[in-house]
Design a protein around this ligand. Sequence first.
Ligand code: BES
Ligand code: ZN
Length: 646
Amino acid sequence: MNLRFLLPALMLTGLAACNWSKPDENTSTPKPSPIITTDEAKDLHSYARPHEARVTHVALDLTADFDAKVMRGTATLDLAVAKDAKEVVLDSKDLTIDQVTDAEGRQLPFALGKADPILGAPLTVQLGGARKIVVHYASSPGAAALQWLSPAQTAGKQHPYLFSQGEATLNRTWIPTQDSPGIRQSWEATILVPEELTAVMSAEMLTPKGEASEGGRLFMFKQDQPVAPYLIAIAVGDLAFKQIGPRTGVWTEPSMLAKSAAEFSGLEKFVTTAESLYGPYRWGRYDLLVLPPSFPFGGMENPHLTFVTPTVLAGDKSLVSLIAHELAHSWSGNLVTNATWNDFWLNEGFTVYFENRIMEAMEGKERAAMLADLGWSDMQTAAKEAGGWGAKDTQLHLDLKGRDPDDGMTEIAYEKGAVFLRTIEQAVGRPRWDAYLRSYFDRFAFKPQTSAGFLADMRATLFKGDKATEDRIGLDVWVYQPGLPKNAVHVRSTRFAQIDRAAADFAAGTLGPSPIVNSGPLGARDISDWSTQDYQRLLNSLPRKLPAAKLAELDKGFQFSASGNSEIRFAWLMLAIPNRYPPAAASAEQFLTGMGRRKFVSPLFQALQDQGEWGQPIARRIYARARPGYHSVTAGSVDKIVGWKG
Ligand code: BES
Ligand code: ZN
């Protein structure tokens, strides 16, 4: 008998604000946002014991020291403390703690526990009645969240650059707080940066131009809404801004501004489209920051200011669904947040679903179907990599106990998660599903969520006792078991059927040279309107083994080795490398030393590594050149693939 069926009733009582003592008179957060107290919501990747003492507000006062490559200063934390609790436990990793005081400057005893390689070290502070504490500290030059770029690593080549990446558990390397997604905190920051640089953060900017100050320029930010602490983010560099719509715009280095603004000229429309689906955008501004190429992700949904890789600047807007994705996180992820990393799919699966709905509304059903169909293939690839659909990690609800959360974060959470929601949509019908989702985002706004909580809510508000529909979907099987249930809804692109035929014909060699103008490797097909996604599909659907002559024909016809479109270049190299196609080596070298987006970098190094005496020397040569430019997130993954030893 599955106990989970009994959980819904318990869940409703699980959201507790607890037995808090009154916060300080002058604290800016009167009511702490709730914490879920069920077992499923216990975060194994944080030392915090929030039901005893929890952080409700963080005030950072930091200097970005580009010479020492450290962030130095204070974090002032407002606490809600349960009756009888004497201490607060914070997360920290590689921090130097100088002292901890109360608001009046009186020293408070503290201890840094033993450091775990994944979790870092607990920082325990004896409160002596304090409800506000001030941690004086500095990050280390190797802080995993931060990348300090030399001028040579930027577009402008004149100034250094700093950016942070908090998700999943990296922010503890520069902010001593309770680094758990279920412990929401409002925050503010005052940041001192070198005179010629600009600081931006994932918050409202109080001083857009900064203020002259001794030793540099001061920038101030505030985030009144409580957010999960992984969403605190900063970038400092030679930055310029261009407005797109009334509440949208782009930040980037001056030389990237025109190109970025052109690529994302539809930004305001994305926001209004998202709002028309699932309710008001609740974060004020929605700006983008286009980062230098070492940014390890495609995008990161930092509130107010999505961080984006420059590899989406295809020049033809063909990769902008990534913006739909990060924007969708403003609801799924940032409003309603996975309580622990085991339920990462609640962030990403919902977001991929929502992303696709935005794309459908903006570009039509067939375009959306193409994107969803590519996602389906990515899901199948991820399942293979996990060890097949029988593997534990193909569950939506993960078990990351004792593991780096990063290890369990695969495309399964994204794509199987989205397919699950499409399957529910199909079972209950779009109007009912949309009404439900909209109310779900409203009711759980600014709250953490678990798988059990979501399922309980659907049972209570969507299915309302309609056991037949519920059973037809098989909610618990979807969430708590490996595999892909038979009822999974596979959205297919009709266009892709033709692409698949072209790929098969080409591979079978049935195409002769054709006299038609647009004939090429694919014969007399009209490829003049082929999109990036068509090429991705073509490259993914060609047989994995192809002779060099065939590859050369493709390369000559489409110039894949030199493609400036990152997705096409990647899909091409993932085909060419396993076939040991000689020109792939130089193309891979140029690509891998030019950007550090992990989604491209890791699989390509793996592909090289898999090619024994042909690929491994190439991998070693390229990595020696590329590694110094990578963020720790990317370097950490590739180190394992190529067996890098410092
Ligand atoms: N939140 C993720 C990025 C992330 C995931 C950071 C896990 C750290 C740990 C972001 O929204 C994301 O999913 N980015 C994707 C792009 C998206 C279009 C699928 C990426 O980076 O490729
Ligand atoms: Zn995402």
